[in-house]
Design a protein around this ligand. Structure first.
Ligand SMILES: [Zn+2]
Length: 78
């Protein structure tokens, strides 16, 4: 089984963990009378400039601050 570090080249620069990284991505939601729900066919998009938070230790920064593998930085992520 691969890790987030191996797949995305990302890990927390503060605690080193990679299994609880939350990225604030763009996605599509449907508006309903009761609120919003994620659209079933929506895609989510994010890049190095998006906000990222490590849920393990609370560290927050842009995604590029979590980069540990420069060779993967140019890959398109979705
Ligand atoms: Zn952390």
């Amino acid at each position: 089984m691969s890790t987030v570090r191996e797949t995305f080249g990302l890990a927390c620069p503060k605690c080193g963990r990679d299994e609880e990284l939350e990225v604030w991505a763009f996605t599509g939601v449907l508006l309903t009378p009761d609120g919003t729900v994620e659209a079933k066919d929506s895609v989510h998009e994010w890049s190095e400039s998006h906000h990222c938070e490590c849920r393990a230790c609370g560290f927050q920064a842009q995604v590029d601050a979590f980069t540990v593998d420069e060779t993967r930085k140019a890959e398109v992520r979705s």
